[in-house]
Design a protein around this ligand. Structure first.
Ligand SMILES: Cc1ncc(COP(=O)(O)O)c(C=O)c1O
Length: 281
């Protein structure tokens, strides 16, 4: 199979030929930010929301946007092939510094990388997945989509080691989000998700769900969820650009609801698939 084409610092080239320096600050410090943008039938889903979040992440780490939204759109569109569902990964780091030093190099020439990857099967969507709760050991800038993901990967791996699809993170008895997803719970019939703050990533899928729930008059609130409330929820979902709305049917070894994706998930997943279809054709 030939190597897929990727974008690196102005060039389109085969992945096997894409190279960066070991002095890149992304490699040395995890000094960069990223985005993951789904594309269905060749159309980028919620592109402007993703690019706005990218600009916010860049501003938070004091890095100038290397491209305008129009330029990003052109780069990302060039990378799409005819796979029906794929996601675009893009990463911007603070580039190469001649000397390894924590302080920013002067001048900064960011490293910009992007690639497309097919999105796998959605089988787990239909069946639901297992999750565990873990102490949220991450930093206080979780609203920045930083490439510095060591805590997230350790937490996700702990979940995988326990035969679970995701770790749901908890601080001071309050649910924050998943290691790589946002969390929704159905509490007394109301769809509930923690409010945006520096403790969670403002998920683009989360926003679409909130919008669809409000437009369709489903009871929905952005409010704190305690661990106890999570454990008594009739439904729990994990949401992200690559996994969409994933029902959790087992939490910490106990069945959630009746152990199958619940009725509120059925309604919301229907609305979500319909919305996707509408904006992708
Ligand atoms: C920590 C974290 N929270 C939430 C999300 C969901 O965000 P989005 O819906 O924009 O993919 C992700 C996505 O990867 C994530 O890594």
């Amino acid at each position: 199979m030939s190597s897929p084409t990727v974008y690196l610092n102005g060039d389109y080239l085969p992945l096997s030929e894409a190279r960066i320096s070991v002095l890149d600050r992304g490699f040395l410090f995890g000094d960069g930010v990223y985005e993951v943008i789904p594309a269905y039938n060749g159309k980028l889903f919620q592109l402007s929301a993703h690019l706005q979040r990218l600009d916010n992440s860049l501003e938070n780490i004091r890095l100038h946007p290397p491209h305008t939204h129009r330029q990003w759109q052109e780069i990302l569109t060039t990378l799409l092939d005819d796979t029906p569902a794929q996601y675009l990964y893009l990463q911007v780091t603070r580039g190469i510094a001649e000397k390894r030093d924590h302080a920013f190099p002067q001048p900064v020439r960011p490293t910009v990388f992007a690639m497309a990857t097919p999105i796998g099967s959605t089988l787990e969507l239909q069946r639901g997945v297992k999750a565990i709760t873990l102490d949220d050991s991450r930093w206080r800038l979780c609203h920045v989509k930083a490439i510095t993901l060591l805590a997230n990967i350790l937490l996700r791996q702990q979940a995988v080691d326990e035969d679970c699809a995701e770790a749901i993170l908890v601080i001071d008895d309050q649910v924050t989000e998943g290691a790589a997803s946002n969390v929704f719970a159905v509490l007394d019939g109301t769809l509930t998700t923690p409010p945006n703050s520096n403790r969670i990533l403002p998920g683009i899928t989360r926003d679409v769900i909130l919008q669809l729930a409000r437009e369709n008059r489903l009871p929905v609130v952005e409010a704190a969820i305690s661990l106890k409330q999570l454990r008594t929820a009739s439904e729990i979902w994990l949401t992200s650009s690559t996994r969409e709305i994933l029902p959790v049917v087992h939490l910490d070894g106990s069945v959630v609801g009746n152990g199958a994706p619940g009725p509120v998930w059925q309604s919301m997943n229907g609305l979500f698939q319909e919305y996707k279809q509408r904006v992708s054709t």
